[in-house]
Design a protein around this ligand. Structure first.
Ligand SMILES: Nc1nc2c(ncn2[C@@H]2O[C@H](COP(=O)(O)OP(=O)(O)OP(=O)(O)O)[C@@H](O)[C@H]2O)c(=O)[nH]1
Ligand SMILES: [Mg+2]
Length: 448
């Protein structure tokens, strides 16, 4: 029984064009029967009229045909590009179902690609990530995975482990005493190298863990320092109330700031001091409670005033996470003096000066790149699922090393290494684990 799946690959609703995807055995016969094209030129635009089974012409369409060998799914694919009217799409899908096709499950095209060996599991995961990425950084990282950069790293270590196993097995028939100490040391060194490569991956997963496309930055400082003015300048709108009266901002507000690589949720909150009024204290408490939740603290001081000791006695910034110190109001005469300026990242600005705000945005971007160890060419998306298996590999290497050091049978060491290799296989793609595949591909949209 031929199995052919179909799905609308573009969002529902009116648009300039819509795309319907077909993958499976019926593909060629549909091109011939519905579009009167017996041999559509592969990977070229083929102009055609789409006719239903009852020979009604529905739309003038463009067909793109992919042969098995060069298609996404490893099956013949036809993409029908129609005018973007939902009625046309509905009629064509209805007709395709009558011709024996069935509706695709979420992610089924990509699942087929994986099962056909066109992509591995890390690449399939990257496809879902690319579709959902919100920031450029997230997109670039997912693209690195799609290009196979994570798999390449893992395959490299898998080959080292295979090589190690071959060496160990070559010694299996030798009595322990006949194995030169030097050879044993070499084997231990090789295990160590694989172990440190795997640990590095776990560590980089840790570094990018908190980076989920959007990062949070809190504007914090004494009252009247210019936090709300800077907030408005950063987001380019008069969203926050600004006034010369101290204690203007009570409840916090947040807006997204779009930088080149990151989306930063900027939060403007109440100024920190020993407040007295009920509302004021509640606002200050709220601002302080936000500190642990954010990735970056942007501490704003009024440079025309002396050192705000009250603020620094209430907030120990040097003990917290990444801090960017902004000395604001440089258009006024400076009164701020430091005995020992504790902040590595400092910038002096006037909140209403466009160039200064541009510099501030660039600086925020630089700090975040460093904080997340983000490198557009090499950063990888290492997910929680990967980390579980990376830790299994680490464990197997650790045990192998200890068995070798304690003079255990090489056969046992080789057996232990095998466990690590299975774990690598689980990251790149164990085709027999239906549960993993179901949960992974269910996150996709239909038509991908
Ligand atoms: N001269 C000068 N005035 C500024 C600058 N930035 C802000 N101000 C003024 O400083 C005053 C306080 O600004 P806000 O942005 O409301 O300060 P805030 O830190 O949000 O104050 P609270 O919400 O009360 O904690 C306003 O009168 C602003 O116009 C600056 O760079 N230069
Ligand atoms: Mg304010």
């Amino acid at each position: 029984m031929p199995d052919t799946i179909i799905a609308q690959a573009t969002p529902p609703g009116s648009s300039a064009i819509s795309v319907i995807r077909i993958s499976g055995d019926l593909t060629s016969s549909i091109a011939k029967a519905a579009c009167k094209i017996e041999f559509p030129a592969p990977r070229r635009a083929n102009l055609a009229d789409y006719h239903t089974l009852s020979n009604d012409c529905i739309d003038q369409v463009i067909l793109t045909y992919y042969q098995k060998e060069k298609s996404y799914t490893g099956e013949e694919i036809l993409e029908i590009c129609t005018h973007g009217n939902p009625l046309i799409v509905e009629l064509i899908i209805k007709d395709l179902l009558q011709r024996g096709c069935r509706t695709a499950e979420p992610g089924e095209f990509t699942r087929k690609a994986f099962l056909a060996g066109k992509i591995d599991l890390t690449q399939a995961e990257a496809v879902a990530k690319i579709i959902k990425s919100k920031s450029q950084a997230e997109l670039k990282i997912a693209n690195n995975n799609l290009r196979g950069k994570l798999s390449d790293k893992l395959i490299e270590q898998q080959n080292h482990m295979l090589d190690l196993k071959a060496k160990l097995e070559a010694y299996v028939d030798f009595p322990e005493d006949d194995i030169p100490q030097k050879d044993k040391q070499l084997l231990l060194g090789e295990i160590y190298n694989v172990q440190s490569a795997i640990s590095k991956l776990i560590q980089s997963a840790e570094e990018t863990k908190s980076f989920k496309g959007k990062v949070k930055a809190l504007l914090i400082g004494p009252p009247n320092a210019g936090k709300s003015t800077i907030f408005n300048s950063l987001i380019g709108s008069e969203r926050a109330l600004v006034s010369e009266e101290a204690g203007t901002t009570r409840d916090y507000i947040n807006e997204d700031l779009f930088l080149d690589d990151f989306i930063v949720e900027i939060i403007d909150a109440a100024g920190i001091h020993n407040g007295e009024g009920h509302l004021e204290v509640a606002g200050i408490d709220k601002a302080l409670s936000l500190i642990p939740e954010v990735d970056l603290l942007i501490c704003i001081l009024d440079s025309s005033l002396p050192y705000p000791s009250e603020f620094f006695s209430l907030v120990k910034l040097s003990e917290t996470k990444k801090v960017l110190l902004v000395e604001n109001k440089t258009d006024l005469e400076r009164a701020l003096q430091w005995n020992d300026q504790p902040f590595e990242n400092t910038i002096s600005i006037t909140a209403t000066n466009e160039d200064d705000i541009k510099d501030l945005k660039n600086y925020i971007g630089d700090i975040l790149r460093e904080y997340f160890n983000y490198d557009p060419k090499h950063s990888l998306a290492i997910e929680a699922r990967h980390v579980i298996h990376l830790k299994e590999i680490e464990e197997s290497l650790h045990k192998s090393k200890s068995l070798l050091e304690h003079g255990e049978d090489f056969e046992l060491v080789s057996f232990e290494l095998e466990e690590g290799m299975i774990a690598i296989g689980n990251i790149i793609g164990a085709k027999d684990n239906e549960d993993v595949l179901d949960s992974l591909f269910n996150q996709f949209c239909i038509g991908k």
